[in-house]
Design a protein around this ligand. Sequence first.
Ligand code: C2E
Ligand code: MG
Ligand code: MG
Ligand code: MG
Length: 287
Amino acid sequence: ESKRAGRGVVRVFDESMDESIRFRRQIEGGLSEAIAKGELKMVYQPIISRDGLEIIGFEALMRWNTEEFGPISPAMFIPIAEESNLIHELGDWAIDEAAKTLQQWPGQYVSVNFSPRQFRRQNFVGHIIERVQHHGIAPDRIQIEITETAIFDDAERAAETLYRLRQMGFRIALDDFGTGYSSLYNIRRFALDCLKIDRSFIDGMGRERASAAIVHSIIHLGRALGLEVVAEGVETQEQLDTLLVAGCSHLQGYFFSRPVDADIACELAERRWLGTPPGDNVVTLEA
Ligand code: C2E
Ligand code: MG
Ligand code: MG
Ligand code: MG
């Protein structure tokens, strides 16, 4: 009896392995056709400055709606694309989309995510410049978001790449800051404009001392180095208040806006303020 049960367990386990490998293959296959089939789109989430809560940029985030499985999260499909050259196709498509949308905004930048493999590709700088020039966009309206993982392996080469990108005028943000492996020494060496505090710390801030301490440290570090600091995943008024008191310069999260479709992003960009624009709430006394 127990032998049979044991075999049964093994069999079930094997089947589930098969299942997950099959699923991955399906994802890979689906992704390679996703662009042609028009299944991908970009959505845009406002990034807000603490001063007047003005929209100063948008993060571009990829969405994939499949016929077979419905919507699949980028947290699921980007790592699969990252294991092959598919990531380059998706990445090029992403920057082209973002560039087109950006042209309809009055002045905000678009912040585009690049995975480690994209960042490390041969002649990344030349490649990205070519795409941006193709769309006739000033590099300073593009922010390149990379994670610590992208720069950790070969810090020497990464520092050089970032330096060159920054010289061309691109903005550089270090995404999910605090979750990776970069040492403070490296932070000092890299040409950066912005640190993005990972959402997990903002989420933990109200509950755990450690998260609150990390958030405060990153804000202080960023300020001391003259960098912008964006808090990701701001969901509550309480989090916002804490971040403003701590001196955080920029904010992003559902509290302000979820990622929205390009046409809505354009409306928001035109409006420039999520709340009341400064001046509108000034009461003028009648003579
Ligand atoms: P990320 O770059 O750290 O993006 C922030 C993620 O947090 C997004 O998830 C965004 O929708 C989510 N978010 C923003 N505010 C809130 C909030 O208040 N609460 C909660 N719970 N979540 C919030 P998303 O869009 O699912 O993307 C997940 C990750 O997938 C991204 O993390 C990024 O690493 C990757 N990704 C997305 N689009 C692209 C892309 O075009 N290229 C590459 N290479 N990676 C991408
Ligand atoms: Mg990001
Ligand atoms: Mg992030
Ligand atoms: Mg993230």
